[in-house]
Design a binder for this molecule. Sequence first.
Ligand code: 5GP
Ligand code: MG
Length: 181
Amino acid sequence: MPKRVHLHDKAFKVFIEEKEILIKIESIAKQINEDYSHTEPLFLIVLKGAFMFGSELVSRYQGHCHLGFVNIKSYQGMKSTGNVQVSGLDPDIVKGREVIILEDIVDSGRTLYKFLPILNEMQPANVQIATLLYKPDAMKFHVPVNYSCFDIPNDFVIGFGLDYDGLGRNYRDIYQLAADS
Ligand code: 5GP
Ligand code: MG
């Protein structure tokens, strides 16, 4: 994979390599496996950003589990908007289940903060959050992050599912905005 990529008007440099990402995902999958051995959890993949993280994590889960997808949109360009749109979630798969939300990144926390009450209306047995990336310094809306692969500084990142205005989701390394960009 290239050390530097250009998307639209910006340059990005490699930040976390695929090998390191997969080692972390493997260890989180193992931990969730132990924590959920009593049940058949529902993994809820937040689209589009968590498609790759979700796929890598769920395919490393050894027990029985269910899979769901939800579309949550809040970002435009490099800014999170106050307007969070939720679609595509079937309430029947949530009811009574132990849910693990799989997110690409928790930034301000706003997206999940707005989504959790909507999910709770569907009467899950309980809900936890697993995220590939977490920016603890950016959190403004408190949500419990139960599993995080990487706690990162407050810089814009792309790759491994994350985009900049539609591009960059396909890279298997994670890139961060270059200082000269
Ligand atoms: P929050 O609502 O926590 O502020 O932001 C969560 C959503 O914003 C994430 O699911 C992700 O789609 C997007 N997001 C937040 N930070 C970044 C970032 O650094 N890069 C990209 N590509 N998306 C981000
Ligand atoms: Mg997202």
